[in-house]
Design a protein around this ligand. Sequence first.
Ligand SMILES: NC(=O)c1ccc[n+]([C@@H]2O[C@H](COP(=O)([O-])OP(=O)(O)OC[C@H]3O[C@@H](n4cnc5c(N)ncnc54)[C@H](O)[C@@H]3O)[C@@H](O)[C@H]2O)c1
Ligand SMILES: [Zn+2]
Ligand SMILES: [Zn+2]
Length: 312
Amino acid sequence: MRAAVLSEQPGALVIEDLSIDSPGPGEVLIETVGAGLCHSDLHFMEGLFRTTLPIVMGHESAGIVEAVGDGVDYVQPGDHVVACLSIFCGQCPQCLSGHPNRCANPKATSRPKGAPPRLTRADGTPVDQMARLGGFAEQMLVHQNGLVKVIEEMPLDKACLIGCGITTGFGAVVRTAGVEVGSTVCVIGAGGIGLSAIQGARIAGANKVIVVDVSSSKLETAGQLGGTHFVNASETDDVVGAVREISDGGVDYSFEAIGRSQTVRQAFDMLAVGGTATVIGMVPSKDGKAVCGAISPALSAARGVSTITPRR
Ligand SMILES: NC(=O)c1ccc[n+]([C@@H]2O[C@H](COP(=O)([O-])OP(=O)(O)OC[C@H]3O[C@@H](n4cnc5c(N)ncnc54)[C@H](O)[C@@H]3O)[C@@H](O)[C@H]2O)c1
Ligand SMILES: [Zn+2]
Ligand SMILES: [Zn+2]
């Protein structure tokens, strides 16, 4: 099957023909129908976060189940599924305390050491999978605990976005920060994550939803999805001042959805007294080298979006 492979960092994706193994115990083979491009894929391609190579990128994909391995009871061939990067074991303290998105036992849902790799090149070289999914490929071989069934009527080229972007942005607003009705919110960055956060803020009943971006077309889209006030960061040197003016002194909740230290700083500086900043973006370390040694820890750390309420 064909897949988009990253072989060096920084590097571009190259389409290669790879072999994919049959599903082992607990595993599911999926025909990929839709895939989204999340900026986290780009961070790895740019070399800002390190990973094992070669690797099939993509972690936001949906498709149709082709075959299942022993012990798979959640799905069967023909089911429509979204692949999720929060693959949970269901047994570790995090899973048992209601936080399967923070599962601390990836071994339980990976192939054991010494087992044949899921993906290989023609010469037998093992090829890794981004977030243990490898969604930029004609087929995915993943653990059943990384799948969510969806109804057949749902178009899979849109359903795939639930796998990362929508869940991350919406969840940061509604679950991590817990935005309340009537509050004032600012979302910095109106890409896939930010637009989902904006929709979360609208659904949570925020009064003002201030959106900051450098692109006027992104700000326009943000207006269609729930943004109420807009700051074009390419037209002002004082983003914080502009947001403070619109919000009469600061926002109750800010969300950084870009992954830059400069905009993380803005997220804190624009808070009202008692406000909460939530950093969703993956911010590379200062020297641009590895923050985490492998993809799964990097992503699970990122998914535990940090919320900090400064004392004033
Ligand atoms: N925490 C998680 O689990 C998680 C999940 C997915 C993505 N992420 C991270 O979230 C971040 C955003 O991802 P995305 O896919 O939405 O990216 P994206 O590229 O789609 O969107 C980024 C947006 O930021 C805007 N932007 C860039 N520089 C700016 C600046 N200085 N000021 C204002 N706006 C600016 C861009 O115009 C763009 O609209 C990335 O760091 C990504 O890795 C985190
Ligand atoms: Zn993502
Ligand atoms: Zn677990």
